[in-house]
Design a protein around this ligand. Structure first.
Ligand SMILES: *Cc1c(COP(=O)(O)O)cnc(C)c1O
Length: 395
């Protein structure tokens, strides 16, 4: 039985009549740019996340760029961000002429290692971008404390984690800004590109609002150079239809993850990482060896509500590509997020050496990770197929 990595139709087609009604409504009023559905969608996201302000933005990438613009990040400024993330996190920094300084990650949750971030702060460091990768929040309390201590701005890249929680607080609402993405593969997947910028700060929200429309305020008066960072009214109207169901979508992903974890941990050679070893890679390696581990399951920290944008395995001892080939031959979708760390990207080769150092955990994980299908509409039979294929590979 084929199991795709993601099946957007399985989620969207059952909503066809409601989506068509939303389309018809926008078609009829004709206010395609910043129309009423944009405002209502913003209010809905603000209500769900508890953020004071929410701005619908053309994409998650633009939301990051706009956040950094609103914070006044200048050419030559340094911005800390993890080496192991999607490109946009560092791309946004670079587009402003600022320097992304890459930090290493925790091998358990795949998120920014705050001790490494601390070691890489210089007088030029202006901001830090923790990414809540794969649907699980980075350890925000120490990150916020570090930022406070050094006067750094915090932009949470929550593209993969809208609705996830850290110690009961919503992902994206803990820093100066949070950014979400509605790219179709994200947990709240749209019908094209879209994103959201959230903040609890009135002044930052107002400045971002002005920058979203070319820095124009009042109309045709430009005190600042902004951009066109608006999300279509139509996209907002369609996403409102899905947002109503978001709790169920998340519960479905969490059920799938729980099923995988419960079944996979029974297999010889598969272990759950021990969060106690988070800060010490050597200790964890010794422990994994003592367990004769070949695959490490993803771990959700107890203080996090993980929303499982990806269910990502670590395959040890160089076995990753062999497992990938095996799953592919059984028509099971899988993907490597991310095969090349950002410090190793060609476009950053000219950055100062110091901004690309000390990312050994990231490098290692880039060679070990593989994500398997986790989308909410997977059937039990499909999940069993995936588990069975992994068991066959181990045998
Ligand atoms: C998807 C993603 C983005 C970019 O969002 P787009 O809407 O595709 O522009 C940024 N950061 C991370 C971590 C992402 O996963």
């Amino acid at each position: 039985m084929p199991v795709p990595l993601l099946d957007v139709n399985a989620q969207n087609l059952p909503l066809e009549s409601e989506l068509q009604a939303a389309f018809t409504q926008v078609l009829n009023h004709g206010r395609f740019i910043m129309g009423p559905e944009m405002e209502s969608f913003e209010k809905e996201v603000a209500a769900m996340t508890g953020a004071k302000h929410a701005l619908a933005i053309s994409s998650g990438t633009d939301a990051l760029l706009l956040a950094l613009m609103a914070l006044g990040i200048q050419p030559g400024d340094e911005v800390l961000c993890p080496a192991f993330t999607f490109f946009a996190t560092a791309g946004a920094v670079s587009r402003l002429g600022a320097v992304p300084v890459f930090t290493d990650i925790c091998p358990i949750c795949f998120n920014l290692d705050v001790n490494d971030a601390r070691a890489k702060i210089t007088p030029k460091t202006k901001a830090i971008i923790p990414v809540h990768l794969f649907g699980q929040c980075a350890d925000m309390d120490p990150i916020l404390a570090l930022a406070q201590e050094h006067g750094l701005r915090v932009v949470e890249d929550a593209a993969q984690s809208i609705g996830a929680q850290y110690k009961g607080r919503q992902s994206g609402t803990l820093g100066d800004f949070g950014t979400y993405s509605f790219f179709p593969s994200k947990n709240l997947g749209g019908f094209g590109d879209g994103g959201m910028l959230v903040t609890n700060d009135d002044e930052l929200a107002e400045f971002a609002r002005v920058l979203r429309v070319h820095g124009s305020k009042p109309k045709y008066h430009h005190h600042y150079v902004g951009g066109n960072f608006r999300m279509d009214t139509l996209q907002c109207a369609l996403l409102s239809v899905k947002l109503k169901r978001y709790g169920q979508y998340t519960a479905d992903r969490q059920r799938n993850a729980a099923h995988y974890t419960a079944e996979l941990r029974k297999l010889n050679g598969i272990v759950e990482a021990d969060p106690a070893h988070c800060k010490c890679v050597t200790k964890q390696d010794q422990w994994l060896e003592s367990q004769q581990a070949r695959i490490v399951l993803p771990t959700a920290y107890a203080h996090n509500d993980h929303i499982w944008n990806q269910y990502t395995l670590r395959v040890l001892n160089g076995g990753r590509d062999s497992l990938k080939d095996h799953l592919t031959s059984r028509k099971i979708g899988c993907e490597v997020y991310y095969p090349i760390t950002l410090d190793q990207q060609g476009c950053f080769a000219d950055l100062p050496e110091a901004s690309r150092q000390g990312c050994s955990v990231s490098h290692r994980l880039a060679g070990e990770v593989i994500s398997i299908p986790i989308y909410g509409e997977l059937t039990e039979a499909q999940r069993v197929e995936v588990i069975d294929a992994i068991a066959q590979w181990l045998a």
